[in-house]
Design a binder for this molecule. Structure first.
Ligand code: SF4
Length: 276
């Protein structure tokens, strides 16, 4: 076991610099000091409204994924025990999805997150989600991001972007499209900043269809393919989504910053310039 851990975990000594094994996937079941893609997915998807977020795994993963950017989000968990790990968690997952839908009937979709334990035992999330979707008539979407599946949280961000594109974006028609409709991408409304940004943009006559994901719900994500421009705020979380929307829907994107007065002023000028 020690040989397997080598490079993934290290004792920090004042006199020596330590470099962990980078760009190399973690080994399932082996403790690592690097980041967890499941949490990267939570970082991106946690704010989604009208969606049940269900963590399939031990309750510790659910507890970890509950708090994102110092904010607590409601989620459900299959709370797997040792006996579930031995005998498989698929039946429990199916029951939990159906029960969560009954508890929160207004939810329009369910996101089911994989974790290390369910990735390791090989539960077929996609098959269970397909069956639950068929039986309930609602969207049930697997988020296949166990903690060992990538080298950083970034893997979870990028996977989340693909999931939104595949299952939510472009699913509905905007009833009143306007010439200055945009999306905000990589903006998470950390301390009410989305409200301020939208207010400023509103004074320019620019309407925000969807904010990924600080103010995203099933309906406005469905409309977001009709935006004329994607404004990228956090590059690390949002760039893949902005680039994929450019490829799929031909929506151009611009990187701006709303952190600070000068940056905000420049951002508004860049958006105005783009809009002519
Ligand atoms: S998914 Fe894996 S790495 Fe992430 S919190 Fe759960 S056990 Fe830890």
């Amino acid at each position: 076991m020690e040989a397997l851990r080598k490079g993934h975990i290290a004792v920090v000594k004042e006199s020596e610099s330590v470099l962990l094994a980078c760009e190399k996937a973690s080994l399932p079941g082996v403790i690592t000091q690097r980041s967890c893609p499941f949490y990267g997915a939570r970082w991106f998807l946690a704010p989604l409204k009208d969606v049940i977020h269900l963590v399939h795994g031990a309750v510790g993963c659910a507890y970890y994924g509950q708090t994102v950017r110092a904010q607590e989000y409601q989620l459900a968990s299959t709370d797997l025990s040792e006996i579930d790990i031995i005998s498989g968690g698929e039946k429990k997952l199916y029951r939990t999805i159906i029960k969560a839908m009954a508890e929160i009937p207004v939810a329009k979709a369910v996101l089911v997150y994989a974790t290390c334990s369910t990735g390791l035992i090989g539960d077929d999330l996609a098959a269970v989600c397909r069956q639950a979707a068929k039986d309930s008539g609602k969207r049930v979407v697997p988020v296949d991001c166990p903690g060992f599946s990538g080298v950083s949280q970034g893997h979870g961000h990028d996977l989340s972007a693909s999931i939104l594109l595949e299952h939510f974006i472009g699913r509905e028609e905007l009833p009143d499209p306007a010439p200055y409709d945009i999306n905000l991408v990589g903006e998470f409304d950390v301390r009410g900043d989305t409200v301020v940004i939208k207010k400023l943009l509103g004074r320019l006559g620019v309407r925000v269809i969807c904010t990924f994901t600080g103010d995203a719900n099933v309906t406005n994500m469905g409309w977001s393919h009709q935006a004329k421009l994607n404004i990228l705020h956090c590059r690390r979380t949002g760039k893949v989504l902005a680039e994929e929307m450019k490829t799929k829907y031909d929506i151009p994107w611009r990187k701006v910053s709303f952190f600070g007065q000068q940056e905000t002023s420049q951002a508004l000028r860049d958006i105005a310039d783009f809009s002519g």
